[in-house]
Design a protein around this ligand. Structure first.
Ligand SMILES: C[S@@+](CC[C@H](N)C(=O)[O-])C[C@H]1O[C@@H](n2cnc3c(N)ncnc32)[C@H](O)[C@@H]1O
Length: 242
């Protein structure tokens, strides 16, 4: 158990990170009330990245391992890590600044309102990395019909969605939801490291992934695309014993 002194240090550490991050050029932290007229909505390319390169989002990015690694691997693309937790985003944003990585940005907000921050057909790809499976609240899963319908509002036709998770509930739920909506996955595996990786990017390991691997958990992966004009319909309550 942490001592009161250790708690105090942690809180101080967080406040220092928040203060430092307020001046990071690669972090956008909208005030909740400004959400209706967000300055970069539809303008991330021209006003934030200053180029026309395709944009990839990492949703629930935590410390932003995918955002940072992919932005280094693909300088001709742009990447935005999205998370509500500032102290986690600080880590990825700091790495990107120290590495002089210009094609990575971070947006601190709730994904529940993500469509307020991106305009129609602004995003080419999404990564969802080790999201909370929300066992009791199906519509809070980041791949629920509710969220997929939010993403449809800003995805380009043919955009790719990648889901990497340790949660078999989240993996099989998403597969079932796609099936019910007549969407054929592009690729899916319930044991990613059980055979040679089909794509080198799948080997990027996040903070949570490393923890889950140490616990001996198997990692799953699912890649799909949606018709942006066709609403996704939710399925009845889907449960799965992890
Ligand atoms: C289990 S962590 C995974 C973090 C990182 N992707 C990784 O693999 O290490 C889930 C992350 O999603 C974020 N998150 C969950 N729900 C969210 C929401 N509705 N809006 C914004 N962030 C959310 C949490 O703050 C947390 O950092």
């Amino acid at each position: 158990m942490l001592t009161p002194g250790a708690y105090k240090n942690m809180a101080k550490n967080k406040l220092e990170k928040f203060a430092e991050m307020a001046n990071f050029a690669n972090v956008v932290q909208p005030a909740e009330l400004m959400v209706q007229n967000f300055e970069y909505k539809g303008k991330w390319s021209s006003d934030f990245f200053h180029n026309d390169n395709p944009i990839t989002l990492e949703l629930g990015c935590g410390k932003g391992e995918y955002t940072v690694a992919l932005s280094q691997a693909y300088p001709e693309r742009n990447f935005i890590g999205v998370d509500i937790k500032g102290a986690r985003i600080w880590k990825g944003a700091k790495m990107a600044l120290e590495g002089n990585i210009k094609n990575a940005g971070f947006l601190r907000t709730r994904i529940d309102m993500i469509d307020n921050f991106f305009g129609a057909e602004e995003v080419s790809e999404i990564w969802i990395t080790f999201a909370d499976p929300q066992p009791k609240k199906q519509n809070k899963r980041l791949t629920s019909a509710y969220f997929l319908n939010l993403y449809r509002r800003f995805l380009k036709p043919g955009a790719i969605v990648n889901l990497k998770t340790d949660s078999r509930l989240l993996h099989f739920y998403t597969l079932e939801l796609l099936k019910a909506n007549n969407i054929e996955p592009i690729m899916h595996t319930d044991d990613l490291y059980g055979s040679p990786l089909p794509d080198v990017n799948l080997g990027i390991k996040t903070f949570y992934e490393n923890m889950f691997l140490q616990e001996g958990k198997r990692i799953t992966y699912l890649k799909f695309s949606m018709d942006i004009n066709k609403p996704i319909v939710e399925i009845p309550k889907f449960e799965f014993e992890e």
